[in-house]
Design a binder for this molecule. Structure first.
Ligand code: PHE
Length: 523
């Protein structure tokens, strides 16, 4: 291209270019792949401003096989006419005979047309010529198209010939090429980076630089992505909202042992409180210790350190009394209650700590208690050795319902509706269990079709009278609750078998980035 421009100054039509290769072979770049190759060369030279070029599109027409045949031998109607004898000068020809002479196709198409043109006429049961000579216009038209690529009578005729499938329109591209401001016979290497060396040595001044390509696709942006667990959480949230639940504020991970255990009537000597099960915070004890909130991934951390509020004094005293000596129908644990133990700060082991706090607030809110349905989905922490099905931190899906005269039947029904909406099986089983704060308590099992077995999906129960009434909830109101995990259904949903792929060093960042949104099978 550069040599041709050098000798000719410019190129009006790239299709006229013939290049001689080193082996003496000559090539043109007029169509298809070879033309694409030429475009690549032109783009590359144009990006260096060595040339400028323009794309030109033209159209012409070519004959299709039937069109070529007509141009060579004549139209069907002309062939039919030619085969027949002149009126009164021979035996009229019938259709079967005509077919033998000019063929089936020509007879079928040509006979009708020739008749319509009044070139032929019927005589007896056959046909004869009606005129001495004819003008085979179709053939003449096609001959003109074959020669010129178009027709002098214009688009209307061309359209008709296209419709008759005798010709096709073809699109042609060619380029006109001119010298650019940086025209040269050699293609210089262009720098794409400015290096420290180039700057230090001053070499940058004599170098040519590649132009920035604003049309390039670019590298995918390293943006943030919603963790797939949070996508499942969003689905679960919307199911709860559908069911008329409101969301509890759970965006603090540090709790006092009071809310996490004492208010839940977990005895102070209970093994779950031991260091091997619970993460305690080092440092000063006490309800008034400043806590830097470890915020939820969705909520930007506030700059103000938060202070753990002490529980209301009279509530604290009532809880303490029930632990030590009982009340509200309970005989208590009959063991000393340590305030020091209550003040220990820990990473909450369940979101039921928040539910306890919420129930106390609702019982003591302005205007008094009103029935509620509340949920939360947030992180909890347990001192566990991670394995395929356990993590030291996971999400708890918690529900609390407080209303007059509700029963275990309501608990079962609500769980069944929720699980069905979440696509986690219509088949639930409840197994009696023990929680210090609920009676009766029930573990929840769901039949997993894929695994072919019952898997535990959660824990539930009716909150104990002493728990409910110590908080100030009126008599006659029953409170039921449940806790499920978010990770288990997640594993089922994304067909994963190791929970450690979700968080921590075993998780694949590309999975996190590219995981699709989920949509539970809403019932
Ligand atoms: N807190 C229980 C757990 O962590 C779940 C639960 C919540 C049970 C509410 C009963 C009522 O397993």
């Amino acid at each position: 291209v550069l040599k041709t421009l050098d000798s000719q100054g410019s190129v009006a039509n790239s299709n006229d270019l013939t290049f001689t290769l080193e082996n003496g072979q000559t090539v043109t770049f007029t169509e298809g792949e070879t033309q694409a190759l030429l475009k690549g060369v032109l783009d590359s030279l144009a990006s260096r401003e060595m040339i400028t070029y323009e794309i030109h599109t033209t159209f012409d027409h070519a004959l299709l096989p039937e069109g070529s045949q007509i141009a060579a031998k004549g139209s069907h109607e002309a062939l039919v006419w030619a085969a027949l004898p002149m009126k009164g000068q021979g035996e009229p020809m019938g259709i079967p005979e005509l077919k033998k002479v000019v063929g089936d196709e020509t007879t079928k198409v040509g006979q009708g047309k020739a008749f319509k043109n009044k070139w032929i006429t019927k005589e007896g049961s056959g046909f004869v010529k009606a005129v001495e000579s004819i003008q085979d216009t179709t053939r003449a038209e096609l001959e003109e198209v074959a020669k010129t690529g178009t027709h002098s009578s214009g688009e209307k005729l061309l359209a008709e010939l296209r419709k008759r499938k005798l010709i096709v329109q073809r699109k042609h591209i060619h380029y006109s090429i001119a010298k650019g401001p940086e025209f040269a016979l050699e293609v210089k290497k262009l720098e794409t980076d400015l290096t420290t060396d180039m700057l230090n040595s001053g070499a940058w001044k004599n170098m040519s630089y590649k132009k920035y390509n604003f049309n390039a696709a670019g590298a995918p942006p390293e943006g943030g992505a919603l963790h797939p667990l949070l996508k499942v959480r969003e689905e679960f949230r919307s199911i709860f909202f559908d069911m008329g639940f409101t969301e509890m504020p759970t965006n603090k991970f540090v709790e006092s042992a009071f809310w996490n255990f004492d208010a839940m009537f977990v005895p102070q000597q209970h093994p779950a409180r031991e260091m091997q099960d619970t993460f305690y915070l080092k440092g000063e004890l006490g309800f008034n210790v400043a806590i830097t909130p470890i915020s939820d991934m969705c909520v930007p951390p506030s700059s103000e350190p938060q202070v753990s509020q002490p529980p209301p004094q009279e509530y604290f005293e009532r809880v303490k009394k029930v632990h030590e000596v009982g009340g509200y129908g309970s005989i208590g644990y009959r063991a000393p209650f340590s305030e020091e133990e209550s003040k220990k700060l820990l990473l909450r082991t369940h979101t039921t700590a928040v539910s306890a706090d919420m129930l106390y607030r609702i019982a003591n809110q302005e205007g008094g208690f009103k029935p509620v349905k509340m949920f939360s989905i947030d992180r909890v922490f347990r001192n566990e050795t991670p394995d395929a099905t356990h993590l030291a931190e996971f999400h708890q899906v918690e529900g609390v319902i407080a209303d007059y005269d509700i029963t275990l039947g309501h608990l079962i029904a609500i769980l069944e509706v929720f699980m069905k909406k979440a696509g986690l099986g219509n088949n639930l089983r409840f197994k009696p269990a023990y929680n210090p704060y609920t009676e009766p308590s029930a573990e929840v099992f769901s039949y997993h079709e894929g695994l072919g077995k019952w898997i535990e999906v959660g824990n539930s129960g009716m909150f104990r009278t002493e728990f409910v009434q110590v908080a100030g909830i009126p008599e006659g109101v029953r409170v039921l609750g449940f806790g499920l995990s978010l990770e288990r259904p997640f594993l089922l949903r994304y067909a994963m078998n190791d929970i450690r792929q979700l968080v921590g060093h075993k998780s694949d960042i590309n999975f996190i980035r590219n995981a699709p949104a989920v949509r539970m099978d809403r019932a």
